[in-house]
Design a protein around this ligand. Structure first.
Ligand SMILES: Nc1nc2c(ncn2[C@@H]2O[C@H](COP(=O)(O)OP(=O)(O)OP(=O)(O)O)[C@@H](O)[C@H]2O)c(=O)[nH]1
Length: 393
């Protein structure tokens, strides 16, 4: 609708800071054109007020002229100022010429929204203050020389017109505010995702691992009397789900509210550190780009073997860490052995590749650091045992 009026400026895409200002200029000048055209006719035909009709006709020509020029040049700042000055001066001329009677003062309430949106806070404040001071002065003059107030059709039209303009203005404001808020929310989500995802493999990174581990273990420390941080598939009494910690999605499994730290085997959590064997050789022999591809492919293969609640992360370099909730050390060792065997059978970038793995289980006195340190020691042991094997600590 009204495509002939709204010009698309390719230099101002939707994410440009001036995008909404341009739309506002287009809307405002369209509305003022329509208003001035109607007012010219009403003043001329109905009220026989040639002076006001002339003022409105002048406004009509100015609105069209400013918009025509804007479409040609695309100068946002100049157009914003021209529109502001035209509107404020015509409104104030009307207010002064009616001496503030016939509800003409209502028109002045349109000045701040226009000024602030078009020319910014500072000038918006100055111009609005000036115009309102004139309005106050008009009312002061009325007190000095009071006249009988009559509520004619002119006053009625002024009220109706200003009310319609105010509603349109505030609809527009709300639309821009909502749109800006939505964009911001989407950006925030993107940034948050970027901050916790490893760019190369697409897995969660070390920051996310630390966050999840710390949250799990801090929750356990703070709630030793009430909450066990470990997962209990049977006990669904707490509303906090492990899945929320991992990926923001609520997964059915709940964190137990029973004080069970004394018997971690009932609610075990295990950690695995994986390290590619002789990865340096791959880089040296085939180049870093092939090394990167190996990391990505391995990440995908490992991910394909994860269960719903397992969290696979890239710890850094050619090391990966898995958090295995609700998994005892024995189960974790078995699962890890299966992983090792599975990877050794794969052909990754036309190479046979092996991994070494260190496994450990969470103890009540652990913190994130001590837990990872123990798993790392196990990994070191696996390396010294000749690689391509699993060691437990
Ligand atoms: N291509 C690639 N290489 C990486 C990346 N991060 C770390 N590396 C390389 O990974 C190699 C790790 O080498 P080392 O720590 O000596 O370990 P390794 O050769 O796997 O030997 P072991 O662990 O003892 O079996 C180094 O050559 C790093 O440059 C990465 O993102 N991309």
């Amino acid at each position: 609708m009204l495509k002939f009026w709204y010009k698309e400026f390719s230099q101002y895409p939707p994410d440009h800071p001036d995008y909404w200002r341009i739309r506002f200029i287009g809307h405002s000048l369209l509305i003022t054109t329509i208003y001035f055209a109607i007012l010219t006719v009403i003043n001329l035909v109905y009220f026989s007020g040639s002076m006001y009709a002339l003022l409105d006709a002048f406004g009509l020509v100015l609105s069209l002229g400013i918009y025509y020029r804007f479409c040609q040049t695309g100068h946002v700042k100049i157009t914003a100022w021209a529109t502001t000055l035209m509107l404020t001066s015509l409104i104030m001329l009307f207010v002064i010429s009616t001496k503030g009677y016939v509800h003409s003062l209502l028109w002045a309430t349109l000045i701040p929204p226009f000024c602030f949106f078009l020319i910014g806070r500072t000038w918006g404040t100055y111009i609005s203050s000036l115009c309102f001071s004139i309005c106050v002065f008009m009312v002061y003059l009325q007190t000095k020389d009071p006249q009988q107030v009559t509520f004619g059709i002119g006053a009625l039209l002024n009220v109706i017109e200003v009310c319609i303009a105010q509603i349109l203005l505030f609809r527009f404001y709300e639309k821009t505010r909502f749109s800006a808020y939505q964009k911001l929310a989407i950006r925030n989500l993107e940034i948050q995702k970027m901050a916790e995802i490893d760019k190369l493999t697409g897995l969660y990174n070390r920051e996310k691992l630390d966050e999840v581990l710390n949250t799990l273990l801090t929750t356990s420390a703070a709630n030793t009397d009430t909450i066990n941080p470990l997962i209990d598939t049977e006990d669904a009494s707490s509303s906090m789900a492990i899945g929320q910690l991992f990926n923001g999605n609520i997964i059915d499994k709940k964190i137990s509210t029973k004080p069970d730290l004394s018997s971690p085997s009932l609610h075990p959590i295990s950690i695995v550190i994986i390290d590619i064997d002789h990865f340096k050789r791959i880089n040296d022999n085939h180049g870093h780009l092939v090394g990167d591809k190996v990391l990505c492919e391995l990440a995908q293969l490992l991910q394909s073997k994860m269960r719903n609640d397992d969290l696979l992360t890239r710890w850094g370099g050619e090391e990966f860490v898995i958090i295995l909730p609700n998994t005892s050390l024995a189960d974790a060792t078995e699962l890890t052995e299966r992983l090792r065997f599975y990877i050794a059978k794969q052909n990754i970038q036309n190479m046979a590749l092996t991994i070494s793995l260190g496994v450990t289980q969470y103890c009540p006195e652990d913190n994130a650091h001590s837990l990872l340190e123990r798993a790392d020691k196990a990994l070191y042991q696996a390396k010294s045992q000749g690689r391509n094997c699993v060691a437990v600590a």
